[in-house]
Design a protein around this ligand. Sequence first.
Ligand code: 6PG
Length: 479
Amino acid sequence: MSKKASIGVTGLAVMGRNLARNLARHGHTVALHNRSAERTRKLVEEFGDEGEFIPAYSAQEFVDALQRPRQIVIMVKAGEPTDAVIEEFAPLLEQGDVLIDAGNAHFADTRRREKALRERGLHFVGSGVSGGEEGALHGPSIMPGGSKASYESLGPLFEDISAKVDGEPCCTHIGADGAGHFVKMVHNGIEYADMQLIAESFDLLRGAAGYAPAEIAEVFKTWNTGRLDSYLIEITSEVLKHVDAGSGKPFVDVVEDAAEQKGTGRWTVQIGLDLGVPISGIAEAVFARSLSGSKPLREAARGLGGPSRAPLNGAALQTFADDVEQALYASKVVAYAQGFNQIQAGAAEYGWDIDLGRVASIWRGGCIIRAKFLNDITSAYAEEPGLPTLLTSGGFRKAVEDAQDSWRSVISTAVRLGIPTPGFSTALAYYDGLRADRLPAALVQGQRDFFGAHTYRRVDRPGSFHTLWATTDRSEIDA
Ligand code: 6PG
């Protein structure tokens, strides 16, 4: 009998192709399938010497090429194409076989698919995969959900091809059904926030301190040797250094200033609202992209009056880059704290047992938000597994408290000069909101009770109350 493949990949566009090559390079025999045969042929032709591939040109041939339990990675567009592929293969599979969706699916779709396939005796694993094309080939961060049983066969393969940090694989079983895609969604939300904060830092260094893009590239390069050491800071420096060949201008000045999105950040915010988790840093990052892309609106508002203040000089200018570093760091801690709270809330809502420290540790390598900083998050959860927010853990608490004067001063400068810093500002408002003894929410409750008899609770005794606002003595009743 001819050799069978330990795993198959269907959907051989660049992500699928690179995952298949990564698996083969690690000594796993990989069955290949694609809707059009051409891609399959090309992969074998170009990369056939990297490992053992079994090309298949029909669904049946593909399924027959796999050893049991069959493991099929689906790497097609999220949404209907994924359902179509599932329907193509599911009827050909047997009890215990595993279908893996490694695209950026919505976790609710993953939950639906997992349930439907479980009822048919099949495992369905929704797996987050982060790191783009390069990551897929050289080692991504992998976030598989689905049953524990499916991870027994799939885990060793995925751990093998994932990125490694300090010898540890950047892959772990996240939790049941849609947990993997949920965590990947939050990863992307954090990615949006991180990118926005970095972009605001750039804008401030340029607008308030007058640095040129190439100089800012150097500032980021320096930051990348410290606590902000991360992939996103590293590539920011590269992008800012780049000069457009045609015009000789900084690349960043020839790119249209309208940020696009495929939608995972938007999902994060939508789910944050559903779960009632304040993820304002992520939300502002999504809205900042929307604002940048609102062309007619921006066109109409162009020329609206702003402050006529001179940029920084003297001592303020001297320390400004350091101040921005502090503001960026503190805002980043807030964004991560919010993201991890969202994972906690999702786990509680959907009954997932998610190890937050492990999540931070598999994000240390391979993924877009990979950063030294994630080690500190892992340590924070190791020290205090029930940590309510990263902001109260020893190390972060001190760092943010130490950063706050700079953080506040940078935001004041931005406000004074009319430079928009929605990410920095909302992060600080969140921090101040969380640490406040009393919030004006008490007044909001009073307003709600006044116009809608919505009732309120008191600080001095239990129960619900309503004030009879229309009466002259405004007496209070139990509600
Ligand atoms: C990753 C990325 C990847 C992709 C997103 C974001 O983790 O590898 O997050 O999933 O870059 O789709 O793209 P948008 O900015 O277009 O939403």
